[in-house]
Design a binder for this molecule. Structure first.
Ligand code: ATP
Ligand code: FE
Length: 355
């Protein structure tokens, strides 16, 4: 099967061509056009600007992906598109583009959950078998999932407030670093002392796999304000130490909870477990190193996709569409865009369309 994938749920306009079968597929082209420059002066993604930029760029991004893969419409079996969750204007732009192509070419349309795209990425990059334990850590989400099939996810726990990615972004904003905050904070943390500030490890001792990041964020804010009050501003070393301390706290909490989730998972599937990680925050090197340690200690195999496939892209959407298509899933022009769409529950509020 060859699928065109389209992704526009946040601030990346993306299209990709993926060919293969479930568990054995190749990325033939993957084009991602970011919008950082458009949102930079607002200190965050502005939904209306994002939606407009997606609408303007989708056609050329799709054309670039098809040119890159050297395919025409007759080589393509279906169009997979992110149908949620995400910023609704952007999701609608992508769904409308996909519907237009489907109407013009007669190709089948397959709506994909953006989170399923992230969660199935290790099947695309490493061909790992079901079931596996997934730590999904992104800009808007943080959860432990048992992935049993392309449409079967069991949630073991997750954040009760902020997602780590949005926490990284907020810390960057607090410290005057550029967006997206994750890479900026990671970079700044290199030179820092993670022990200078005593930052909390929220929910570390609580049973279960739930996490919390908002208290940690507030603690960084307090530490910053104290420094600013005492010395009138921040020195570079202060920023580096705050970034390093914050990153260490996030990493400690995620590693400890991953250990817990693996214990739970081992009760369900006692064979040698596969631990996979995906989502934008999985690009963080300190986190990857900590998870490697957890995997080594517990006898699990860690699979972490290459960075370009951890952050938003359309290859993961094309691939998730391919898996759903192989299961017999088909959508039509009544496909709806969903602002919210939990992975483990199909029922979700709909916008537009019929179903
Ligand atoms: P979601 O997938 O939950 O809808 P999203 O699509 O916006 O959210 P992703 O593109 O998966 O999220 O990830 C983007 C997030 O990843 C941003 O918050 C960014 O700061 C974070 N991120 C990217 N690189 C790093 C890094 N090296 N360290 C930490 N965080 C990072
Ligand atoms: Fe994402």
């Amino acid at each position: 099967l060859t699928l065109l994938g389209i992704e526009s749920s946040c601030d990346d306009t993306a299209a990709a061509i993926v060919t293969g079968v479930p568990g054995d597929a190749q990325v033939r082209a993957s084009v991602v056009e970011g919008q950082n420059a458009l949102h930079a002066r607002f200190g965050g993604v502005v939904p209306e600007i994002a939606a407009r930029a997606h609408a303007e760029r989708l056609d050329s991004v799709v054309a670039d992906a098809m040119r890159g893969a050297q395919v025409g419409w007759t080589d393509i079996d279906a169009i997979a598109v992110t149908a949620g969750p995400g910023l609704i204007g952007g999701v609608l732009s992508g769904v409308m583009c996909a519907k237009g192509i489907a109407a013009a070419t007669g190709l089948p349309l397959i709506g994909v959950n953006h989170l399923a795209g992230h969660a199935l990425t290790p099947r695309l990059t490493d061909g790992i078998a079901y079931p596996y334990l997934m730590l999904l850590v992104s800009g808007g989400h943080c959860q432990f999932l048992v992935v049993e099939g392309a449409d079967t996810f069991r949630r073991l726990g997750g954040t009760i407030d902020d997602a780590p990615g949005e926490a990284f972004d907020k810390i960057a904003r607090l410290l005057g670093l550029p967006q997206p905050g994750g890479p900026a904070v990671e970079q700044c943390a290199h030179a820092g002392d993670p022990k200078r500030f005593a930052l909390p490890r929220p929910l570390l001792d609580r049973a279960g796999c739930d996490l919390s990041f908002s208290g940690l964020k507030t603690a960084v804010l307090r530490a910053r304000d104290k420094l600013v009050a005492a010395q009138g501003g921040l020195y570079h070393a202060d920023r580096a130490d705050l970034c390093a301390g914050f990153q260490a706290a996030v990493t400690d909490v995620l590693a400890a909870k991953t250990r817990r989730a693996l214990d739970h998972y081992l009760e369900l599937a006692p064979e040698k477990p596969t631990l996979a990680v995906a989502g934008g925050v999985a690009a963080n090197t300190a986190l990857r190193t900590a998870l490697e340690e957890v995997a080594a200690d517990t006898g699990a195999v860690l699979v972490a996709p290459p960075l370009a496939l951890c952050t938003d892209n359309a290859a993961m959407i094309a691939y998730a569409g391919l898996e759903r298509m192989a299961l017999g899933a088909r959508d039509d022009l009544s496909l709806s865009a969903r602002p919210r769409w939990p992975l483990d529950r199909q029922a979700a509020p709909l916008i537009g369309g019929g179903k």
